[in-house]
Write a protein that binds this ligand. Structure first.
Ligand code: GLU
Length: 301
């Protein structure tokens, strides 16, 4: 476990970036809390960004439900919320620049074909000049990242075939890919620290490579354990994620803090969310968070 490089007072900018594909569940609350507390501990700003780019997966009204839940838990954001669905011009402009530098090419390989071929795309369409229309666009991986340091999980290695994979930046259906837009928005919002769930540990190397490709400083990353019901099974609506009760946030708040290594004293546990959070801010320590990829729902009480 590593101590994060200390940002200068006030320079910390963190964010929580939910995809509004359903209401906020307990696992996302743990990630939101970790990013909020880290930002507040460094006297930084905490931003919320709606990652509603994958339109077929979005659920109407989920964005406002998530925001109401955050507010009920005392998690108030510091700047206006941005919605990725409104930022296509920005993403297209960056894509055009990459295209002009001959860094983008069309790929006809289906997910099924790649899976049959071992699961990793081996850049076979690079020189084939497929038409752009109806095909996915990939970015030439000129900045493979084989190793990086995560503030919670320590040294993370990426196996060479994956690190060298040219990845999709615009999907066959015309939608911009998460891999591209998450980095573009972290740049646009000047994010200095990303604290999020460990399910996103693997794409981090790729994202660090994109910061390099775009010649921008990369944020520091900290990945908190994902909450699972049994090994490998993330919490979801389908597998009995504990309901988050906006009208009675204290029990879930204390439980979520427990997963982050914080045991809320009884005399504070029934106070307002804001009071519990201000206690948590004073006691939060990234190094107290277990350096594991997942924690089972019953591992804390
Ligand atoms: N929108 C992503 C999710 O909800 C999170 C992306 C990120 O934090 O980088 O899983």
């Amino acid at each position: 476990m590593l101590t994060p490089a200390l940002p200068t007072q006030g320079s910390y900018r963190g964010r929580f970036a939910p995809s509004p594909s359903g209401p906020l569940h307990f696992g996302s609350l743990v990630a939101a809390l970790a990013s909020y507390l880290a930002a507040k501990q460094y006297h930084g700003k905490w931003l919320v960004r709606m990652e509603d780019i994958d339109t077929p997966r979005m659920v109407k009204g989920a964005d406002s439900h998530i925001l109401r839940t955050l507010e009920a838990f005392g998690l108030h954001w510091d700047e206006p919320i941005i919605y990725q669905s409104l930022r296509h011009n920005y993403y297209n402009d960056v894509l055009s620049e990459l295209q002009q530098q001959d860094l983008i090419y069309s790929c006809v390989c289906t997910r099924k074909a790649i899976k049959l071929n071992g699961g990793i795309y081996t850049n076979q369409c690079r020189a084939l000049q497929h038409p752009a229309d109806g095909n996915a666009l990939r970015l030439r991986q000129n900045h493979p990242v084989l190793q990086f340091t995560d503030m919670i999980q320590g040294t993370i290695n990426t196996a060479p075939p994956l690190a060298h994979e040219d990845y999709i930046v615009k999907r066959r259906d015309g939608l911009h890919a998460y891999q591209l837009v998450v980095v573009l928005d972290d740049i646009a919002q000047d994010i200095s620290h990303i604290v999020r769930g460990a399910d996103l540990l693997e794409p981090t190397a790729r994202q660090l490579g994109l910061f390099q490709q775009l010649n921008k400083p990369a944020p520091q990353f900290a990945h908190v354990p994902v909450i699972v019901t049994k090994p490998g099974l993330k919490l979801s609506k389908q597998n009995h994620a504990p309901a988050i009760d906006q009208n009675n946030p204290q029990p879930a708040l204390c439980r979520a803090l427990n997963y982050l290594g914080l045991s809320v004293p009884q005399d504070i546990a029934h106070s307002r969310s804001e009071d519990i959070l201000s206690w948590a801010q004073n006691h939060f320590n990234l190094q107290a968070i277990p350096a594991v990829g997942e924690l089972q729902l019953d591992e804390c009480s």
